[in-house]
Design a protein. Structure first.
Length: 367
């Protein structure tokens, strides 16, 4: 007796995959465009409400497909307007998704994995261990849920103007699920965002950066946090496998004349660790020939950490040195710290299942 196939979650499919799906049903490919508009422009998940699809097709879709975003388990709103949702994925796992409103834009920070295998020492996410990769539906579903919760457009203005994959996890270790989600963010029939408004943040997975370069056009952010290998290895253990020299080569290729993209280097300032004037001068030497900008992030403490945030005076001194050296450098304003929604504070709920070193080896081999 044949097993009954499970309904496919259409949030897992970008436009190309959705066109192929409808082709497999004997339908014209344009059905994919109709469904994408219903889901991402109208926020409709009920096939019965998709009135420009024939009744027979709607009934068939109800049998073979579903549109199922993650569930919102809780919502918190900061005094500064930052909103944090806890989104559940079953099995005791959940991730945190954060919306940061600003006068000229609204940025949504989403996750790509449940937990993280990289164990960066200054990040609370890494302290929880790793459970699994998120599916495309679970990644893009965070954006879908946030858009519905916020009201995707208000007074003719889009609430979510930018999306950053800077939440839980290393996106390039989940490449095959992340890229279709990026495609849906970029697609005019999806969320219709320009390349510069979609940013993938990586701890420096060089093969993934190289593959991403030739796959889809998005902005790149690299978690640098130190200007030399010995120090970076203590903060970002991945540096032992992909040292700074290899990382800089990969970043230079990503922003070459051929591609004309942008890269932002993120640098978390930790008191007495990586915030000395000499570190700033080393950064200038490292980055001055690479088209980029530097985002200085005051360290956000979390329970159990041994680190402290650099004093404000030292942060400004550090910024002054790198700017005098010719770098574009901004200091990120801490947002949502009263609800633990600031950079490096996202925790969610992680059922830790896999040894870190084993998981990194397995996932790196797939890139």
């Amino acid at each position: 007796m044949n097993a009954i196939a499970r309904p496919i979650n259409l949030l897992d499919l970008d436009q190309a995959a959705l066109r192929a799906f409808f082709g497999s049903l004997g339908e014209k490919p344009f059905r994919a465009q109709q469904v994408l508009k219903w889901v991402y422009h109208q926020g409709v998940t009920d096939f019965a409400a998709m009135t420009n699809l024939g009744l027979e097709l709607r009934q068939q879709l109800q049998q073979v497909a579903k549109i199922e975003p993650p569930r919102i388990l809780s919502e918190q709103v900061s005094a500064d307007g930052t909103t944090k949702w806890l989104m559940g994925f079953g099995g005791g796992n959940a991730v945190e998704t954060v919306f940061i409103p600003e006068p000229n834009r609204g940025t949504l920070c989403i996750s790509s994995q449940i937990g993280c295998a990289l164990n960066c020492t200054f990040c609370s996410t890494g302290a929880q261990g790793f459970s699994r990769n998120l599916t495309t539906a679970e990644i893009i579903g965070q954006v879908w849920q946030a858009a519905q919760s916020l009201g995707h457009e208000r007074n003719g203005l889009r609430r979510i103007t930018n999306v950053v994959l800077m939440g839980m996890g290393e996106p390039l270790l989940n490449f095959d699920a992340v890229v279709p989600a990026l495609s849906l963010l970029r697609d005019d029939l999806g969320f219709g965002m320009a390349a510069k408004r979609v940013t993938l943040s990586t701890a420096g997975l060089v093969p993934g950066i190289d593959r991403l370069r030739d796959t889809i056009d998005v902005a790149l952010a690299v978690s640098l946090h130190a200007p030399e290998d010995r120090l970076r290895e203590t903060l970002v253990p991945l540096n032992r496998k992909y040292p700074i020299r290899e990382l800089m080569r990969s970043c230079a290729d990503y922003v070459s004349e051929k591609h004309k993209r942008t890269v932002t280097f993120e640098y978390t300032l930790i008191d007495g660790v990586n915030d000395h004037p000499e570190h700033a001068r080393q950064l200038v030497k490292l980055l001055r020939r690479l088209p980029s900008k530097l985002n200085l992030i005051p360290f956000n403490p979390f329970p159990g950490t041994r680190y402290r945030c650099s004093p404000e005076r030292r942060i400004r001194e550090f910024q002054g040195i790198v700017m005098e050296g010719g770098l574009i450098a901004t200091v990120r304003k801490t947002r949502g710290d009263d609800i633990d929604a600031a950079c490096g504070q996202l925790v969610g709920k992680v059922l830790d299942r896999t040894r870190r070193s084993q998981r990194i080896r397995e996932q790196t081999q797939r890139i």
